[in-house]
Design a binder for this molecule. Structure first.
Ligand SMILES: [Zn+2]
Length: 191
């Protein structure tokens, strides 16, 4: 006997088989199995922390050290992709998926092997200086951070080094948003 889930999966598979421009839109849920905490809903980070206190651009500018302390405690830099990430790689490599559009900043879609990934909320893998706009790999700044928190800019000495993630109060990156809109408008199957 087939279950309702199996029937639904068969239907999705049939749709994807004939899709010509399918997209997958993902959020925190896909990375939970990789040990990355989600934000909203039961047990989510935002039920324990007020996002306006720890992840708002205004608070960041007032007190970058608080943001970095929170981020160092909750970031899982060593997280690995899980079977859901790998399934999307498989779909892309077989030509059934045109792109992944994600709200996640963990880079796990790319780590899994997806080539077309649009990051609507930026990436936690790099850091930008709000004074001189220089960008640095996150690992390099994390090293400096262990010596002195908040880290200062290796180029200009500025005190506002921010991961290239979109904080509350910031606009989504324009290019990514445009690209996502074009893909979504053309999509015949959105997952
Ligand atoms: Zn700088």
């Amino acid at each position: 006997m087939t279950t309702a889930t199996e029937t639904a999966l068969d239907q999705v598979a049939a749709l994807l088989r004939t899709a010509r421009s399918a997209i997958a839109f993902t959020g925190a849920g896909i990375s939970v199995e990789s040990g990355i905490p989600h934000f909203r809903g039961e047990g989510g980070l935002w039920t324990k922390f007020d996002p306006y206190k720890v992840a708002h651009i205004d608070t960041f500018r007032k007190d970058p050290a608080q943001y970095w302390t929170y981020s160092l405690e909750h970031r899982r830099a060593d997280a690995e992709p899980n079977p859901a990430h790998r399934a999307l790689v498989e779909l892309e490599s077989r030509g059934h998926l045109r792109a992944v559009i994600t709200q996640n900043t963990d880079g796990l879609h790319q780590k899994a092997g997806n080539r077309q990934v649009i990051e609507l909320h930026g990436s936690s893998k790099s850091v930008v200086c709000l004074d001189c706009e220089a960008r640095f790999p996150r690992a390099e700044i994390d090293r400096r951070n262990r010596e002195h928190c908040p880290p200062s800019c290796p180029s200009c000495g500025g005190q506002f080094l921010k991961p290239t993630v979109v904080l509350f109060g910031e606009a989504l990156p324009e290019a990514a948003l445009r690209e996502a809109q074009v893909l979504a408008m053309a999509a015949d199957v959105p997952l």
